[in-house]
Ligand binder design. Structure first.
Ligand code: ADP
Length: 475
């Protein structure tokens, strides 16, 4: 999914950024060109307006002078004002040249006008006509040229503006087109990839469903890959998983029952085996006594008593295994409990030249447990350790409380350690490497620890010997 996102997110972001940049650039350049075109147009229109005003005034002046009207001082002032407006609005070199020409001509005309011979002078009329022609030729014509120049400029600006608009329209159409094409291509890519993923998912779902059931469903690859089908298949898979889990739970219970039955069978066989030997000894002694007719000697009776005790012990062990009493849990301090077990074993240990050591924390270590059952476990482990050290050694009881909560009891010896073939079978009922062993000690111990919600494990120690660990919850 992350790959899918990266595969499409990159191009989408890139194309979006390109389109935004392109659109922004087009908008800004449009604004800029529009502003400069408008400015130019406004200037040209103003210049042209000023020139038109001047030309109108000059036309009236010339017309009046043609009609020999000489009282035109106001019109001179008016023309001068208009000419000034033209000069102010002339910002192009050509305009400035024409404005300069008009100003020079108008000033020369005014000088001629002021130098007109008085009315009645025979030269007056001719000088008047000359001045009027001078005005026409030097100012009015230049004013028309000025106007024409501005007309051309307005025309050019309008054409430029139109061209900008045309370019912009094309630009916008290109951006829109590119955006649409990119959207289509990406959308198509995403849709294709999604549909492929859905189809693959459906195949995997059917495959998984097939693996869960005895009748593998037919996998049909169709072109359509909608979510609806996917949901239906996921629902089917969930239903199958539920079915399989239910069946597995059922099988688990059946296997457990079969194991229990097998254990009962083993137990019966074990009981038979353990009781047959002492029974045979007793039978032989009793038969011998009956044949002699002399009864049983004290020694024979002692042997018989010993054999009966052995049968009794075996039976108790079997019963413990088959029907362990429920633990009676109460707050128990492990320090005196472990110390008591060590003291109990010390007698036998001394006979074997085994030193017993305690490695206990200061203060108490509290657990909620059946003290009697725990004592049974530790005695069992201690006796096994002593069995492993017939020629002497060290037996150590350790007690640790982890910061995280659990409490660990270790029973360590310096015997030969647990043989590789024995390790996986340690907690198997009736597995024993000892001649007189029942192979139930560790099984019963583990069952007691399990009943207390703890764990039991064994390991060989790096320096030689074996360690058994009993881990219990503190408190
Ligand atoms: P049993 O003592 O009757 O044999 P257990 O269940 O107590 O039955 O022990 C099973 C086997 O585990 C033993 O026969 C022995 O081979 C092995 N075992 C137990 N404790 C030790 C130990 N401390 N060192 C080496 N082997 C051990």
């Amino acid at each position: 999914m992350a790959g899918f996102r990266l595969q499409y997110l990159g191009p989408v972001i890139l194309i979006t950024l390109c389109l935004i940049t392109l659109s922004t650039f087009a908008a800004v350049s449009l604004l800029h060109q529009q502003a400069s075109a408008t400015h130019m147009l406004r200037e040209n229109v103003q210049s042209r307006q000023a020139a038109a005003d001047l030309r109108g005034g000059l036309n009236v002046l010339v017309e009046l002078e043609h009609r020999k009207v000489e009282n035109v001082a106001d019109l001179h002032v008016q023309a001068d004002t208009n000419l000034r407006a033209v000069e102010v609005s002339a910002d192009q070199p050509e305009e400035q040249a024409l404005a300069g020409k008009m100003r020079a001509g108008f000033d020369a005309y005014l000088r001629r006008w002021q130098a007109l011979p008085p009315v009645g002078d025979p030269r007056h009329d001719q000088a008047f006509v000359d001045a009027t022609r001078f005005l026409e030729e030097n100012v009015l014509f230049a004013c028309r040229a000025y106007e024409a120049y501005n007309d051309r400029r307005v025309e050019e600006s309008t054409r430029g503006h139109e061209q900008v608009l045309r370019q912009l329209a094309w630009g916008m159409a290109t951006v829109g087109g590119l955006g649409t094409v990119a959207g289509l291509v990406l959308g198509f890519g995403v849709a294709r990839s999604l549909s492929r993923s859905i189809r693959r998912l459906r195949v995997q779902l059917r495959d998984a469903a097939g693996m869960l059931g005895p009748d593998p469903p037919e996998i049909v690859l169709t072109g359509e890959a909608e979510f609806h089908g996917l949901h239906a298949e996921a629902d089917q898979l969930t239903a199958r998983i539920e079915d399989v889990v239910r069946t597995l739970n059922q099988r688990d219970r059946e296997v457990l029952r079969a194991e229990q039955l097998a254990a009962v069978g083993q137990l019966a066989a074990g009981v038979g085996h353990e009781i047959r030997n002492p029974l045979t000894s007793i039978k032989m002694l009793v038969q011998a006594g009956l044949e002699d007719g002399s009864g049983l000697a004290l020694d024979d009776l002692r042997v018989i008593e010993g054999e009966v005790r052995r049968m009794e012990r075996s039976l108790r062990t079997f019963l413990d295994f088959a029907r362990p009493p429920a633990p009676e849990r109460r707050p128990t301090d492990l320090v005196p409990l472990v110390t008591g077990v060590a003291d109990l074993l010390r007698g036998r240990a001394e006979k074997q030249r085994v030193g017993v050591h305690l490695d206990l924390p200061p203060g108490g270590v509290a657990v909620t447990a059946d003290g009697e059952q725990l004592r049974q476990v530790l005695v069992n482990l201690g006796l096994n350790a002593l069995d492993a050290m017939p020629g002497g050694g060290e037996l150590r009881f350790g007690l640790k409380q982890w910061v995280t909560g659990p409490v660990e009891i270790e029973v360590a010896d310096t015997g030969p350690g647990i043989a590789p073939g024995v390790m996986p079978r340690l907690f198997e009922p009736f597995f024993s490497t000892k001649d007189t062993g029942l192979g139930l000690g560790l099984v019963i111990s583990k069952r007691i620890v399990d009943d207390h919600g703890g764990t039991m494990s064994a390991a060989n120690r790096p320096g030689g010997g074996a360690s058994f660990f009993v881990k219990l919850n503190a408190g």
